[in-house]
Ligand binder design. Structure first.
Ligand code: PLP
Length: 445
């Protein structure tokens, strides 16, 4: 609407300027409703966030109760009961337990803090050269400069490349289009060994950490590694004295049918980044969890983790996150993600049988994706100019179905859409999801 005469000017910077977005009016369960009363089945939980659904009264009550006590205290002046309890609870839930937690407000801050803590861990031991973080070409770890430096998401990096740290990258574990043109298990996990090759080339004395999403989200679409990939990765990291950071911002807190994604492979990360599902969207909160042994040199040294934000360890956000964790446990949503995820995966595979633009169906729990191809036999991706992901997402939106885009373009990847409904989704709602999705794909084909 811009500045044209007679037109109401806009002030809010939206994702695409001047695009018309419906105004959300309210949410209930897996549905969002706009001002006109149109219902949208939230099959992506927003950005894979609203994992317990919308409008849950228990969370609203917990929020109000904490607000009546105290909403804000500054972390260098006070601690608070909810923040202390949440740190303890997360440590009890995490793989291998025994973590310290630093609270932040977004997934980007969580991965960036993870990077800083890893570097500080080595600095405190006098190993100042260990200051780079290796990541994978197909990855998204966040939008702030440090997080973007570790991300392979080409579209989000492109404008800022001169300002980003020149960190090394290695091959992704992307079996559908193996970067080495091989097949598991004959490949011998060449993608994991690529990390070791990079470490040898650069020198472990220059590397602080390796960061990976247990299952790649926005940069690939639920790209799930072969079974023994993470065990090999952890073993390589340990052998070369490099910390392993698991970016669980999308996979964390029940989404994949385990409380933490890394549980599927029995690996204990040195540092974990959490976000999204931690508060299921009820408030902005995220966390960097640091294993005791990684904190040790800091506790023995400066005793200050050099990070922090005004809203870090905010009692209001901590109370909300505690209530969300409690809700997930009481309603057994880890199991629900596994059970409903299996049903949805099976339905998506059946859909792929009759829908030739679906090249691959993948993911775990309720973090699933479809990779869309122009030709299934040759796995030929759609030309970028066709913008097939946007076509599908926009068509689904018209029909009242929300799904989430994953960017292609890295390592020859095509386009993918993520399907990740709230973990509370019922069988009837799954049926509706599938009906709307099938109608959408039939129209796009
Ligand atoms: N890490 C992963 C794996 C993500 O999926 C995202 C967001 O999509 C981020 C980090 C960044 O989180 P935020 O958008 O909350 O900054």
């Amino acid at each position: 609407m811009g500045t044209g005469a007679g037109k109401k000017r806009e002030h809010l910077i939206k994702p695409v300027l001047h695009r018309q977005y419906p105004t959300a009016s309210y949410g209930q369960g897996v549905f969002l409703y706009d001002e006109q009363g149109k219902a949208y089945l939230d099959a992506s939980s927003g950005a894979v966030t609203a994992s317990i659904g919308h409008g849950v009264q228990d969370i609203i009550d917990a929020m109000a109760e904490q607000a009546r006590k105290v909403s804000f205290v500054y972390r260098s002046q006070f601690t608070s009961e909810p923040a202390e309890q949440l740190a303890q609870k997360l440590s009890e839930l995490a793989p291998g337990r025994d973590y310290w937690t630093f609270f932040v407000n977004s997934g980007s801050e969580a991965t960036e803090t993870a990077m800083k803590v890893a570097i500080q861990h080595w600095q405190e031991q006098g190993r100042h050269g260990k200051n780079r973080v290796i990541s994978r070409r197909m990855s998204y770890h966040g939008i702030t400069m440090g997080a973007l430096s570790m991300s392979g998401h080409v579209l989000r990096r492109r404008r800022f490349v001169p300002l980003l740290a020149d960190y090394p990258v290695v091959a992704p574990a992307y079996c559908y289009r193996c970067p080495f043109g091989r097949t598991y298990p004959e490949c011998g996990l060449a993608c994991a060994d690529d990390l070791e090759t990079a470490i040898r080339r650069i020198g472990a004395e220059h590397i602080a950490a390796f960061i990976a999403e247990p299952i790649v989200g926005a940069a690939g679409g639920a790209v799930t590694p072969p079974n023994d990939y993470y065990r090999r990765i952890k073993e390589i990291c340990e052998r070369h004295e490099i910390l392993f950071i698991a970016d669980e911002v999308m996979t964390g807190i029940a989404r994949t049918g385990a409380m933490f994604g890394m549980e599927h492979w029995g690996v204990e990360p040195d540092v974990i980044a959490l976000g999204k599902g931690m508060s299921a969207g009820y408030t902005p909160v995220a966390a960097t969890m640091v294993k005791d042994r990684v904190m040790e040199p800091i506790l023995q040294g400066s005793r200050v983790v050099m990070s922090g934000h005004t809203y870090s360890a905010n009692p209001q956000s901590a109370a909300v996150s505690l209530a969300v964790l409690d809700y997930i446990e009481r309603h057994q949503l880890v199991q629900a993600a596994e059970v409903q995820g299996r049903k949805l995966l099976e339905r998506l595979n059946r859909l792929a049988d009759k829908c030739e633009i679906i090249g691959d169906v993948r993911g775990k729990g309720l973090l699933l994706a479809l990779e869309l191809v122009a030709d299934r036999e040759s796995k030929l991706p759609f030309p970028a100019a066709k913008g097939v992901t946007s076509l599908v997402i926009d068509k689904a939106f018209e029909k009242g179905l929300l799904i989430y885009p994953a960017a292609g373009g890295v390592d020859g990847a095509g386009d993918a859409v993520i399907i990740a409904p709230p973990l509370t989704i019922s069988d009837e709602e799954l049926e509706l999801l599938m009906r709307l999705l099938e109608d959408t794909l039939q129209e796009v084909m």
